[in-house]
Design a protein around this ligand. Structure first.
Ligand SMILES: NC(=O)N[C@@H](CC(=O)O)C(=O)O
Ligand SMILES: [Zn+2]
Ligand SMILES: [Zn+2]
Length: 353
């Protein structure tokens, strides 16, 4: 089979963490993607423009010397984010979205929003400034079944939010259900969505059948096979409001292999390769470039990348563990293989600006 050359893709949902693990994490993404939307759920969260600027500098310092990776920063929305902070963020030129974590919904979401109506001023300012809202779309009230949290969020939270803020651009992150796919399709042109490789390749059997697999635990949690099929259909459909967002989310090995293991799957070392696998299995490799390299940039109003990456359909072994500061991290497919290899990157040629 032939190699596959694509416009260099971007990752519209990425966790890089901070501190001594940063150099161990960022190079994987920088080798594959031109830009990435960097999630702000650090401890403490990135709630101000000044914090985002400092974090961006730390990311750039941790990048390999020859890379031209561009971190697109985000702000962490809280009940108290003032409209002035949104204006500062928009004026900074380095912040490209604001992230809504419903309080308690996921990893480091404790400072998230308790009631989105408290954020009306900030959301108005975002619509005014053209700054989009990225959403972890799950309700958090304890009684809602974990498998229903996304579905309930769509109708109880997202639909009213879109109505109250008719000019706000929204990205519903990491879709996991057929309901979410339908919601986005029926939604307005200002509603986009990202899809992860794990949700294209696995259903909840991969988490729970024949033993519990903590490295397959992420939020929103893996759903049924019918949901996976709907996601794969959406991703490979050529619909321009579905685009790539890996949600690569590293955690130290012991924090995952734990009686109370935390949520997040580390896919950065093989993320693009996993998408190629999913698209190849669907017979839709010709649709990968739109999903991975065009639609996200178009939605964010940014120029498409000019350079390319090349993948070959050759099996690559994935190590059991990878370095993670003083610790190790277990990537998806640890001790197994992925069916594609990154063979070449043609760097240097900048994006149109
Ligand atoms: N996806 C996850 O399971 N975890 C993410 C947070 C998130 O994106 O919800 C993380 O930061 O670890
Ligand atoms: Zn999330
Ligand atoms: Zn995430």
């Amino acid at each position: 089979m032939d190699t596959l050359t694509l416009t260099r893709p971007d990752d519209w949902h990425l966790h890089l963490r901070d501190g001594d693990v940063l150099p161990d994490v960022v190079h994987w993404s920088a080798a594959r993607f031109g830009r990435a939307i960097i999630m702000p759920n650090l401890v403490p969260p990135v709630t101000t423009t000044a914090m985002a600027e400092a974090y961006r500098e730390r990311i750039l310092a941790a990048c390999p010397a020859d890379c031209d990776f561009e971190p697109l920063m985000t702000l962490y929305l809280t009940d108290n984010t003032p409209a002035t902070e949104i204006e500062r963020a928009a004026a900074s030129g380095i912040i490209h979205a604001v992230k809504l974590y419903p309080a308690g919904a996921t990893t480091n979401a404790d400072s998230g929003v308790t009631d989105i109506k408290r954020c009306s001023d900030a959301l108005d300012a975002m619509a005014e400034q053209g700054l989009g809202l990225c959403i972890h779309g799950e309700v958090t009230h304890g009684q809602t079944d974990i498998f229903d949290r996304e579905k309930v969020f769509l109708h109880e939270r997202l639909a009213p939010l879109l109505e109250r803020h008719p000019r706000l651009r929204v990205v519903l992150e990491h879709l996991t259900t057929a309901e979410a796919v339908a919601f986005v399709r029926q939604g307005p042109a200002r509603l986009g969505a990202t899809i992860t490789p794990q949700h294209l390749l696995m259903n909840r059997n991969a988490l729970l059948a024949g033993g519990i697999r903590p490295h397959h635990y992420c939020l929103p949690i893996l759903k049924r096979e019918a949901d996976r099929e709907a996601l794969l259909e959406a991703a490979t459909s050529g619909h321009p409001r579905f685009f790539l967002g890996t949600d690569s989310a590293p955690h130290a090995r012991h924090a995952k292999e734990n009686a109370c293991g935390c949520a997040g799957i580390f896919t950065a070392p093989l993320a693009l390769e996993l998408y190629a696998e999913a698209f190849a299995a669907a017979g839709a490799l010709d649709r990968l470039e739109g999903f991975a390299s065009h639609f996200g940039a178009d939605f964010y109003g940014l120029p498409r990348n000019r350079d390319t990456v090349t993948l070959a359909p050759e099996s690559r072994d994935i190590p059991d563990r990878l370095p993670y500061g003083d610790d190790t991290v277990v990537p998806l497919r640890a001790g197994e293989t992925v069916g594609w290899q990154l063979v070449d990157r043609h760097p240097g040629k900048a994006r149109a600006s």
